[in-house]
Design a protein around this ligand. Structure first.
Ligand code: FES
Length: 122
């Protein structure tokens, strides 16, 4: 696993709050990869489907804020697919390296507004 990659484990992709992603981007995290169970395999029934919808919406908002949408990606990788997980992580890290550092330049974006709060990452 690339040293620049920091995994954060949650119980289900449905638990990933999109405000966490905005805060991470605002704090200088260059990319966020969400990996979850394949469709139909979520232990919480539809957490992965909900996460997919939220990520698609967030990526559209990133377009509006002129932040590259490819900085946020969701992939289906089961716990038994270690080789696929490594491949997905390496591909994502390489893609983010090509994009370079994230810049949240528009002060009116929620990402910038969240960065100005004292709350920090959860
Ligand atoms: S338990 Fe919901 S995505 Fe894995």
């Amino acid at each position: 696993m690339p040293t620049c990659f920091s995994p954060i484990r949650v119980m289900c992709t449905g638990r990933v709050d999109m405000s966490w992603i905005l805060r991470a981007l605002s704090a200088g995290t260059d990319g966020i990869l969400i990996c979850g169970c394949h469709p139909g395999d979520c232990h919480y029934v539809d957490g992965n489907a909900k996460a997919l919808g939220r990520v698609e919406l967030l990526r559209r908002l990133l377009d509006q804020w002129r932040i590259e949408r490819d900085r946020v990606r969701i992939e289906w990788v089961s716990s038994s697919e270690s080789a696929r997980f490594a491949q997905v992580v390496n591909e994502f890290v390489n893609q983010i390296r090509l994009l370079g550092p994230v810049r949240v330049t528009d002060a009116s974006t929620p990402a910038a507004l969240l960065a100005s709060n004292d709350g920090g990452l959860p």
